[in-house]
Design a protein around this ligand. Structure first.
Ligand code: HH2
Length: 339
């Protein structure tokens, strides 16, 4: 089987025949064709076969009303005692509601609320507890900010259902329906967008000895399989986001290979979400032990994601990311106000 990785560029020096990348400002005029166990080759974009060409170039449908012609910022709010970077900070409901307001004011387009840490080594949280942490908070945020687009970060259908009932507009499942198959029925029935993320193993043990034949192609195949399962459950591809799951059962080298090859995932024909914010590999590469101090490294990787046409960036440092994205857009001639 051949895999097509568009070689992505950004900016105005766009040659004739260049194709748009997944409805984003990025474009490509060459594609790396990858094979398992054999050397790849580079071809001209004009030689791309269908349906790969249609999948790589198609404009992605709006996400809960948000167009994806520019990257959207998903701000993270973990209402857990043990998340790796903000655990315990917003466990108190009043503090969490204040933080939600701040995340929106700083420029986030989407608020991703999680009540169960999935950091390496984390233990499972009972459904009732996870609901109690997230559902009343979603209700309070919806009441205070009726226009806010809220995503629920959960692997469990009962939590997802209650969150949607309380005002969430999107599901974010780090287990891509493998933890609770009921999530697929929920996403189909509720007709909301859903993010399917790759993970190898359970949070409790996933970092012990992660192994792949070819990390980029293995993650691609897993996501292709999960997208097919979602479609079979009645979820159209234009309501699915895919995410390579940086840090979930991956070494530093695995994470870097996935980031380097990110544009491959546009071949799935879905919007692409990237979550690198403050993760362990940023600490390892930079030497920064304290997760909350990993904003600069997180922003650097986020901008590389934009170059490769990522549609949604999941981040903790909202103001810093928004500022970086604004400057990145202006420098590349993507903001009409300055060109
Ligand atoms: N990362 C985390 C949690 N949810 N969802 C998606 N789609 N992609 C990600 O990369 C992702 C995610 C882990 O980060 P965080 O929420 O900050 O930590 P914790 O799991 O410890 O709560």
């Amino acid at each position: 089987m051949a895999y097509y990785r568009p070689i992505a560029w950004i900016g105005p020096d766009r040659p004739d025949g260049a194709l748009p990348l997944a409805g984003t400002p990025a474009w490509f005029d060459h594609v790396e064709v990858l094979y398992r166990g054999a050397p790849g080759k580079v071809i001209a974009a004009a030689d791309l076969p269908e349906p790969a060409r249609a999948r790589l170039t198609g404009v992605r449908a709006p996400l809960a009303g948000l167009t994806l012609d520019r990257a959207r910022i998903m701000g993270v709010l973990n209402v857990t005692p043990d998340s790796f970077s903000d655990g315990g900070w917003y466990h108190d409901p009043g503090k969490a509601a204040d933080r939600a307001g701040a995340i929106l004011a700083e420029g986030a387009d989407i608020l991703d609320i999680g009540g169960e840490s999935t950091r390496p080594g984390a233990a499972e949280v009972p459904v009732e507890e996870e609901m109690q942490r997230t559902v009343p908070l979603i209700g309070a945020i919806t009441a205070a900010h009726p226009a806010a687009v809220i995503s629920i970060d959960t692997r469990k259908a009962p939590v997802g259902a209650a969150a949607l009932e309380a005002g969430a507009a999107m599901l974010n499942d780090v287990a891509a329906f493998t933890f609770d198959p009921g999530m697929a029925d929920l996403a189909a029935r509720a007709a909301v967008p859903v993010c399917l993320m790759h993970a190898q193993g359970d949070p409790a043990t996933m970092q012990e000895d992660p192994r792949y034949d070819d990390v980029l192609l293995d993650v691609y195949d897993f996501l292709a399989d999960r997208v097919a399962a979602a479609e079979a459950a009645g979820i159209p591809r234009d309501r699915i986001l895919v995410d390579p799951g940086i840090g979930f059962g991956k070494t530093v080298a695995h994470n870097l290979a996935l980031i380097r090859g990110l544009s491959l995932f546009h071949g799935l024909g879905c919007a692409v979400l990237l979550g690198v914010s403050r993760k362990r590999f940023i600490g390892t590469v930079s030497g920064e032990e304290i997760a909350a101090n990993r904003g600069p490294g997180s922003v650097a990787v986020a901008l590389e994601g934009l170059r490769q046409g990522v549609h949604v960036l999941r981040v903790h440092d909202i103001a810093e990311t928004c500022q970086a994205v604004a400057l990145w857009r202006a420098v590349h001639g993507l903001d009409d106000r300055w060109s």
